[in-house]
Design a protein around this ligand. Structure first.
Ligand SMILES: *[C@@H]1O[C@H](CO)[C@@H](O)[C@H](O)[C@H]1NC(C)=O
Ligand SMILES: *[C@@H]1O[C@H](CO)[C@@H](O)[C@H](O)[C@H]1NC(C)=O
Ligand SMILES: *[C@@H]1O[C@H](CO)[C@@H](O)[C@H](O)[C@H]1NC(C)=O
Ligand SMILES: CC(=O)N[C@H]1CO[C@H](CO)[C@@H](O)[C@@H]1O
Length: 312
């Protein structure tokens, strides 16, 4: 009798674990007074960001297909390259650092829409709005098609020396350019991108990882990453406020594209990125009215004016 009760208890406990695994609950512990968690393969490093939902819980395959429905059409330049699994696999490296996992589910959905909105606009086959014509879809490219140079900056010859014959033209889901960016991204991702920049156009996981690296990394120490600017963990300085740089999507665009996109009024290069973000919010059912404050960077001063830097 005693024995049977024990077995029953075990069966119930086991059932509980199985059910728990299906809904992917975080394992929690306290580290120096702070709750940290780990959940599933997607967020397995103990982190304060992993206690909420992971990206695959609120962003699923069919939604990725809706975002990029024409990426495998005959006119696309990267047919068969991009897929949902590569995105989630890539995101797993950065979810413990807060990518898509900062501030709760709504913020996570907004951040994935914002990031993929930039991706969609930068890899688009055309210049129309995201909702528009057949040329507007994202993930059409995985590399810059007609590079005008090999993007080797020799002033980095001691830190990120160019590899003979290597070309550091734009590659990835948010294209990265220049030896110093390939070098820094490669260090972060433990991939030898300085000697093998071509890895990014051969491997969709790396192509997404390089893009998420760009999204999660400030260009300069004194500046926010696009992620920090977007989710609002960044506090603007007085200079930032005077330059109309406030937390929101606009400042994320500013970090990524500077005066190519920002501070020029409502120019197409900016509105195209914004409209991709807004369209993806609609597709996720979040709705574009949830895009957050300071969506535009039309009036912002660029963090890094193009006359002074060649980093984007
Ligand atoms: C987890 O989600 C809650 C509720 O949405 C949110 O308030 C909190 O900031 C989130 N925690 C982290 C670490 O992002
Ligand atoms: C693609 O890159 C990922 C991330 O670095 C790596 O884990 C994977 O093995 C690579 N795939 C191939 C086929 O090289
Ligand atoms: C603030 O902006 C001014 C003018 O653009 C600049 O000269 C100064 O270096 C900036 N200060 C900081 C701390 O960034
Ligand atoms: C310039 C601008 O639009 N600033 C807005 C940024 O967002 C904050 C918070 O919602 C608003 O108060 C500002 O007016």
């Amino acid at each position: 009798m005693e024995m049977k009760w024990w077995i029953l208890a075990m069966v119930i406990a086991t059932a509980g674990i199985v059910e728990g695994d299906l809904s992917n609950p975080p394992l929690k512990k306290k580290v120096r007074g702070e709750t940290v968690c780990t959940q599933g393969w997607e967020c397995e490093r103990w982190s304060k960001f992993c206690c909420n939902e992971t990206i695959s819980e609120y962003f699923q395959t069919y939604q990725f297909e809706n975002f990029f429905s024409k990426r495998n059409s005959p006119q696309a330049h990267a047919v068969g390259f991009w897929d949902y699994k590569s995105f989630i696999t890539a995101a797993a490296v950065y979810q413990p650092l807060g990518f898509g996992t900062t501030g709760g589910k709504l913020m996570g959905m907004r951040e994935v829409s914002a990031f993929l909105g930039v991706v969609g606009s930068q890899t688009s086959c055309g210049y129309g709005v995201a909702t528009g014509g057949p040329l507007a879809w994202g993930l059409c490219y995985n590399r810059e098609m007609s590079p005008s140079q090999s993007y080797c900056d020799d002033s980095y010859k001691y830190t990120y020396p160019c590899s003979p014959g290597a070309e550091y033209y734009g590659r990835g889901a948010i294209p990265i350019y220049w030896n110093f960016n390939y070098g820094a991204a490669g260090e972060n991702l433990k991939a030898d991108l300085l000697n093998h920049p071509e890895y990014i156009e051969q491997n969709a996981t790396l192509a997404f990882q390089a893009a998420i690296w760009r999204w999660m990394t400030p260009i300069k120490k004194s500046q926010p990453s696009p992620h920090e600017a977007f989710v609002g963990t960044w506090k603007p300085t007085k200079n930032d406020t005077l330059s109309y740089r406030l937390p929101g999507f606009g400042t994320a665009m500013n970090v990524l594209f500077g005066d190519q996109v920002c501070g020029q009024g409502d120019i197409d290069p900016m509105t195209v990125i914004m409209s991709h973000y807004q369209y993806y919010l609609d597709l996720l059912g979040v709705g574009r009215e949830q895009a957050g404050p300071n969506l535009s960077c039309a009036e912002q001063k660029a963090f890094n004016p193009s006359s002074a830097t060649a980093s984007s």
